[in-house]
Unconditional design. Structure first.
Length: 121
Protein backbone atom coordinates (compact mmCIF):
# COMPACT_ATOMS: atom_id res chain seq x y z
CA UNK A 1 0.00 0.00 0.00
CA UNK A 2 1.26 3.44 -0.78
CA UNK A 3 0.48 6.66 1.05
CA UNK A 4 0.48 10.00 -0.73
CA UNK A 5 -0.11 13.41 0.82
CA UNK A 6 -1.50 15.92 -1.66
CA UNK A 7 -0.20 19.48 -1.43
CA UNK A 8 -3.22 21.35 -2.84
CA UNK A 9 -5.88 22.11 -0.23
CA UNK A 10 -9.58 21.59 -0.91
CA UNK A 11 -11.93 24.43 0.01
CA UNK A 12 -15.04 23.72 2.05
CA UNK A 13 -18.00 22.70 -0.15
CA UNK A 14 -16.06 23.48 -3.35
CA UNK A 15 -14.75 21.08 -6.00
CA UNK A 16 -11.62 18.94 -5.75
CA UNK A 17 -10.16 16.47 -8.23
CA UNK A 18 -7.76 13.64 -7.41
CA UNK A 19 -5.97 11.86 -10.26
CA UNK A 20 -5.07 8.25 -9.45
CA UNK A 21 -2.73 6.03 -11.47
CA UNK A 22 -2.28 2.33 -10.83
CA UNK A 23 1.03 0.47 -10.60
CA UNK A 24 2.18 -3.12 -10.20
CA UNK A 25 4.91 -4.57 -7.96
CA UNK A 26 7.56 -3.43 -10.50
CA UNK A 27 6.26 0.16 -10.37
CA UNK A 28 4.89 -0.15 -13.91
CA UNK A 29 1.63 1.54 -14.89
CA UNK A 30 -1.18 -1.02 -15.19
CA UNK A 31 -4.85 -1.09 -16.00
CA UNK A 32 -6.68 -2.76 -13.09
CA UNK A 33 -8.90 -5.73 -13.77
CA UNK A 34 -12.50 -4.95 -14.71
CA UNK A 35 -14.85 -4.12 -11.84
CA UNK A 36 -12.12 -4.07 -9.16
CA UNK A 37 -11.49 -0.35 -8.53
CA UNK A 38 -13.24 1.01 -5.42
CA UNK A 39 -12.60 4.01 -3.17
CA UNK A 40 -13.84 5.41 0.13
CA UNK A 41 -13.70 8.99 1.48
CA UNK A 42 -13.17 9.40 5.24
CA UNK A 43 -12.12 11.94 7.81
CA UNK A 44 -8.85 11.44 9.68
CA UNK A 45 -10.36 8.91 12.14
CA UNK A 46 -12.08 6.75 9.50
CA UNK A 47 -15.65 8.08 9.54
CA UNK A 48 -17.11 7.85 6.03
CA UNK A 49 -17.95 11.25 4.55
CA UNK A 50 -21.18 11.81 2.57
CA UNK A 51 -21.83 8.05 2.18
CA UNK A 52 -18.82 7.84 -0.19
CA UNK A 53 -18.04 4.26 0.76
CA UNK A 54 -16.94 1.60 -1.73
CA UNK A 55 -17.48 3.80 -4.80
CA UNK A 56 -16.89 1.88 -8.05
CA UNK A 57 -14.77 3.24 -10.91
CA UNK A 58 -14.12 2.16 -14.49
CA UNK A 59 -10.97 0.15 -15.15
CA UNK A 60 -8.52 2.62 -16.64
CA UNK A 61 -4.81 3.08 -15.93
CA UNK A 62 -5.60 6.59 -14.59
CA UNK A 63 -8.88 7.81 -13.09
CA UNK A 64 -10.04 11.13 -11.67
CA UNK A 65 -11.99 11.10 -8.42
CA UNK A 66 -14.28 14.13 -8.34
CA UNK A 67 -15.30 15.51 -4.94
CA UNK A 68 -17.67 18.43 -4.47
CA UNK A 69 -20.26 20.02 -2.21
CA UNK A 70 -21.17 17.68 0.66
CA UNK A 71 -18.07 15.57 -0.04
CA UNK A 72 -16.11 18.60 1.17
CA UNK A 73 -18.49 19.80 3.91
CA UNK A 74 -17.12 20.61 7.35
CA UNK A 75 -18.14 17.87 9.77
CA UNK A 76 -19.64 18.26 13.24
CA UNK A 77 -16.91 18.27 15.86
CA UNK A 78 -14.12 19.40 13.55
CA UNK A 79 -12.15 22.25 15.06
CA UNK A 80 -9.84 24.88 13.64
CA UNK A 81 -9.38 25.91 10.04
CA UNK A 82 -7.95 22.69 8.57
CA UNK A 83 -9.21 19.09 8.59
CA UNK A 84 -7.67 15.99 7.05
CA UNK A 85 -9.53 13.87 4.55
CA UNK A 86 -8.46 10.45 3.29
CA UNK A 87 -9.25 8.57 0.10
CA UNK A 88 -8.58 4.84 0.36
CA UNK A 89 -8.42 3.03 -2.99
CA UNK A 90 -8.30 -0.67 -3.77
CA UNK A 91 -7.97 -2.62 -7.02
CA UNK A 92 -6.75 -5.90 -8.49
CA UNK A 93 -4.38 -6.48 -11.39
CA UNK A 94 -2.68 -9.31 -13.25
CA UNK A 95 1.10 -9.61 -13.45
CA UNK A 96 3.89 -12.11 -14.12
CA UNK A 97 3.53 -13.12 -10.46
CA UNK A 98 -0.10 -14.14 -10.85
CA UNK A 99 -3.62 -12.97 -11.51
CA UNK A 100 -5.98 -10.91 -9.36
CA UNK A 101 -3.22 -9.40 -7.21
CA UNK A 102 -4.79 -7.09 -4.58
CA UNK A 103 -3.45 -3.55 -4.25
CA UNK A 104 -4.33 -0.60 -2.04
CA UNK A 105 -3.36 3.04 -1.78
CA UNK A 106 -4.29 5.96 0.44
CA UNK A 107 -4.02 9.68 -0.10
CA UNK A 108 -4.44 12.45 2.42
CA UNK A 109 -5.54 15.96 1.53
CA UNK A 110 -6.34 18.99 3.64
CA UNK A 111 -9.74 20.64 3.72
CA UNK A 112 -9.81 24.36 4.56
CA UNK A 113 -12.79 25.63 6.55
CA UNK A 114 -13.90 28.94 5.08
CA UNK A 115 -14.63 31.81 7.46
CA UNK A 116 -18.13 32.22 6.08
CA UNK A 117 -19.81 30.68 3.07
CA UNK A 118 -22.03 32.97 0.97
CA UNK A 119 -25.73 32.58 1.79
CA UNK A 120 -28.55 33.32 -0.68
CA UNK A 121 -31.12 35.77 0.61
Amino acid sequence: MSLTTLTTEALEEGSYFVDVSFYNEDDELVTPNADTIYWTLTNDVGTVINARDYEAESSLSTITIELEGDDLAWQSGEMGKIAKRRIIIQWEYDSDLGNDKPAKAECIFLLRNLTRLPVAI
